[in-house]
Design a protein around this ligand. Structure first.
Ligand SMILES: [Cu+2]
Length: 257
């Protein structure tokens, strides 16, 4: 199945994927059209102005817009129409107008060299406080277990579970350098910048397991920074989340936090 993706786009699995795909296809069709038009025009010119006995080059003196610039001007106008009619509205929909949905779930994604730390707030819906001085190998995000909100938090490495059809707001944060959250099936790619909390919203439309790749060269282990996004039915997701012990329990049994 994966090989087939070389010849086309990966499956579309988010609500805005179709908008992105429409633009990609329009762009691709335009490029093919422009390529063949130029090829025919070039062949015509080569034939029309071929070398003949006694022919001499002609020079135009005017510096204004000549007829030869018209095809370029048409392409420029088409590109501007594409940007105004398609690109800006679609990008605005994804990046500016985060839908208000009281039913949404929120997840923290804390990227580090070279792993994805995923934090779920648990039944209380509140993320536990994090402190940088608490970060260590067994507590990679530095969760403060003294904070009541941290008691039920679930923390996972490289595994992001999402319920089908439910809006998820993912807070992208970095613990060291710039990373990039890229899931081709969702048609989304977002840089993660240290010191910033960058929200990203996704409403998954297809059950499945997708690769979560880091798309920003972030160090020697960059290529190993691979996680998975698992989209499940809301029932399966709820059952899965319930089956996960809060990190405060597993941590206290193995470490002295
Ligand atoms: Cu990275």
């Amino acid at each position: 199945m994966r090989l087939l993706h070389i010849f086309g786009l990966p499956p579309a699995a988010s609500t805005y994927a179709a908008d992105i795909d429409f633009g990609l296809r329009l762009l691709f069709a335009s490029i093919i059209f422009i390529f063949f038009s130029w090829s025919v025009y070039l062949a015509y010119l080569v034939f029309r102005y071929r070398n003949k006995p006694g022919s001499r080059a002609e020079y135009e003196k005017s510096a204004g817009i000549s007829k030869a610039m018209m095809p370029g001007a048409i392409v420029l106008v088409l590109e501007m129409i594409l940007i105004i009619v398609w690109e800006i509205p679609v990008w605005g929909k994804i990046k500016e107008e985060i839908p208000q949905d009281s039913n949404k779930i929120e997840i923290n994604v804390l990227a580090q060299q070279f792993a994805w730390n995923i934090q779920y707030p648990g039944p209380d819906g509140k993320f536990g406080r994090r402190k940088k001085e608490l970060v260590n190998f067994s507590n990679p995000i530095g969760l403060d277990y003294n904070d009541p909100a941290a008691k039920d938090d679930v923390v996972l490495a490289n595994e992001l579970h999402l319920p089908l059809g439910k809006m998820a707001v993912i807070h992208l944060m970095s613990m060291d350098v710039i990373h990039d959250f890229a899931v081709p099936e969702f048609r989304i790619k977002q840089d993660i910048v240290p010191g910033m909390d960058i929200p990203l919203w996704i409403t998954p439309t297809k059950v499945g397991t997708y690769d979560l790749a880091c798309a920003q060269l972030c160090g020697f282990g960059h290529s190993l920074m691979v996680g998975h996004v698992i989209v499940q039915s809301p029932e399966d997701f709820a059952a899965w989340l319930k089956s996960k012990a809060p990190v405060s329990q597993t941590a206290s049994s193995t470490n002295n936090f």
